[in-house]
Design a protein around this ligand. Structure first.
Ligand code: NDP
Length: 339
């Protein structure tokens, strides 16, 4: 189901105090959109620690509260727009104990709700309003009068009005203009983590191996980097896929290319990939194994240098033939790339 502006009633937000926890990518964009949709500024509170995010919110005219407990006490509706990995600690310790029994909690990602990491009361509404866009686009599309793709769901209907509220909030941030798609925290989390852990790792691996094979056959670093991604051709292909169709975009390619791609893809046996994908989906994502393992290293992600596991993954990945070649090419073509 797809919800449009006509499905959403902004009057439901009348007299509600709406708190934005976080004023980063999504927080800054959604708070401004909501205010520009007619929610009075005095009913909006940005809860943020005293730093440049808080200063940014103040400079945009928002009321900023540094004390999260105080902000939570006022909230009829609270958007959780701080990074997913810090939400459980901040929400469970500082927000949840101070929230009203009938408060509505809005998440922009299904992760913490699906994995049951946030302590809600049964009387509260839990809704997901999850833009499929980076924050700057959420704002710029709204300013242009356009909508943006967004998933919406009611995850817990404490007051009996959770979905209606979710739709009103979706409209207020500009998400129902182009149609907000009915979804769920489970679906959003499954697709998000599947893409991150199954689809894109395979794409990275395919590029890495393709690079090595072509390099072995005598292709130059420069030619390979440009041919494979630096020309931005893959970005154009995906843009065409969104506009014309995943397969139909091939019509923009040469006949040789169309034949090669369609015939090649049909002749590939996808059964090994399918088994691997199912393994990731069921044995990592849906059964929470990944989440449990990730939670063990979360604190290390704040560390500097080699103590940060993400840094080690970058080092290993960039040590590949592709990574090393790209480094050389970027150094040699620094002037050209800067133009
Ligand atoms: P950001 O990384 O931009 O969040 C930054 C904000 O979080 C700042 O206000 C920052 O303030 C605050 N913050 C960071 N750490 C803490 C902490 N330990 N305690 C309190 N506040 C903290 O987040 P995003 O906007 O990227 O993501 C917010 C939500 O939106 C997530 O659920 C994400 O999955 C979802 N989402 C994000 C998208 C995106 O494109 N980025 C797209 C769709 C959904 P300070 O550091 O001052 O505390």
């Amino acid at each position: 189901k797809i919800y449009y502006d006509s499905d959403a009633n902004l009057d439901l937000l009348k007299d509600k105090t709406i708190v934005f926890l976080g004023f980063g990518n999504q927080g800054a964009a959604q708070a401004q959109n909501l205010r520009d949709s007619g929610i009075p500024n005095e009913k909006i509170v940005v809860a943020n620690r005293p730093d440049h995010y808080a200063e940014d919110a103040k400079s945009k005219g928002f009321n900023v509260e540094h004390d999260f407990a105080k902000a939570a006490k006022q909230a009829d509706i609270i958007f959780l727009l701080i990074p997913d990995q810090v939400q459980p600690r901040v929400f469970n310790n500082e927000i949840a104990p101070n929230l009203k029994d009938d408060a509505c909690i809005v998440v922009a990602s299904g992760y913490n709700v699906f994995y049951k990491l946030l302590n809600f009361k049964p009387s509260q509404d839990i809704v997901m309003v999850a833009p499929r866009m980076i924050g700057s686009s959420v704002r710029s599309l709204y300013v242009k009068g356009k909508g943006f793709p967004c998933f919406v769901s009611s995850e817990q209907d404490g007051t009996g009005k959770a979905l209606e509220l979710a739709l009103a909030l979706s409209r207020a941030i500009g998400a129902t203009k182009a149609g907000a798609i009915a979804s769920s925290a489970r679906e959003e989390t499954a697709m998000d983590l599947f893409a991150e852990q199954a689809l894109w790792p395979n794409i990275i691996m395919l590029f890495r191996e393709a690079f090595s094979v072509l390099k072995e056959a005598g292709c130059s670093d420069e030619a390979l980097c440009y041919e494979m991604w630096m020309s931005k051709e893959p970005a154009e292909i995906f843009e065409r896929a969104a506009e014309d169709g995943f397969i139909r975009q091939l019509k923009h390619h040469s006949t040789v290319s169309q034949y090669g791609q369609l015939n090649g893809a049909l002749n590939l046996d996808g059964s090994a990939a399918r088994a691997h994908f199912k393994d990731i989906l069921y044995n990592q994502v849906l059964n929470a194994k990944f989440q449990q393992e990730f939670s063990k290293i979360e604190d290390d992600l704040e560390k500097e240098g080699d103590a940060n596991p993400l840094e080690i993954l970058y080092q290993k990945s960039e040590a590949s033939e592709l990574g090393q070649a790209e480094k050389r090419v970027r150094a040699r073509l620094a002037g050209l790339l800067a133009q």
